[in-house]
Design a protein around this ligand. Structure first.
Ligand code: CO
Length: 167
C-alpha cells in the first residue's frame, strides 16, 4: 500500500503522462498499488498522482470492486443536466464541498491489456469519473467547490501555503 500525497504537494498539480507500454512492470505495479491503496483508504476512486506517480491511471470502485481505467478521457458529457454532489478527496483530509458536474458522461479508456473500451457513468459515479479524470490533468476539486460543507478554513490556509501561488 502506498502513502497518499496530500495538497499542497506539487505532484497533484502536474499533468499526468499517457501510458503506452502496458507490459511495463512499473505500470503494472502502479495499478496494483492504486487498487490496494484505494480499498485500504475506503475511497470511491484514486488517481495515480495521489500516490506520487504522474501517469494517466485511475482506480474506481464499481459495484464494490476496484477497476482500473487507463488513459481515460471524457468523450461526451451532458452539458444541460448537471448535479450538485458533496465531494471529498483522499488528498484533502477533512475537506468537503459541493461541486457541480455533469450528471452523465461517456468515457473512453484502455483496460490493463491496452484494449480500448467505452463506459457510461451517471449519478454519483459520473461525479467520481469527472473528479478522477481532473486529477490526471492536475485539476483539483477545491477549484470547483461551490459551497464548502467542511474544512473551508483549513483549505484557505493550505491554498496560501501553496508556494507557487496557484490553487
Ligand atoms: Co481526489
Amino acid at each position: 500500500m502506498s502513502k497518499i500525497i496530500t495538497y499542497p504537494d506539487k505532484i497533484l498539480r502536474k499533468k499526468s503522462k499517457r501510458v503506452d507500454n502496458f507490459n511495463d512492470p512499473e505500470i503494472i505495479n502502479l495499478q496494483n498499488e492504486l487498487i490496494k491503496t484505494m480499498l485500504a483508504e475506503d475511497g470511491l476512486g484514486l488517481a495515480a498522482p495521489q500516490i506520487g506517480i504522474n501517469f494517466k491511471i485511475t482506480a474506481i470502485k464499481l459495484d464494490n470492486k476496484a477497476t482500473v481505467f487507463i488513459n481515460p478521457q471524457i468523450i461526451w458529457k451532458n452539458w444541460f443536466n448537471k448535479q450538485l454532489v458533496e465531494e471529498g478527496c483522499l488528498s484533502f483530509p477533512g475537506i468537503f464541498g459541493l461541486v457541480k458536474r455533469s450528471k452523465s458522461v461517456i468515457i473512453i479508456y484502455q483496460d490493463n491489456q491496452g484494449k480500448y473500451k467505452l463506459f457510461k457513468a451517471s449519478g454519483l459515479l459520473a461525479t467520481v469519473f469527472q473528479h478522477e479524470i481532473d486529477h490526471l490533468k492536475g485539476r483539483l476539486f477545491i477549484d470547483k467547490i461551490v459551497k464548502y460543507t467542511k474544512g473551508e478554513e483549513i483549505t484557505k490556509k493550505l491554498i496560501s501555503q501553496a508556494d507557487d501561488g496557484e490553487r
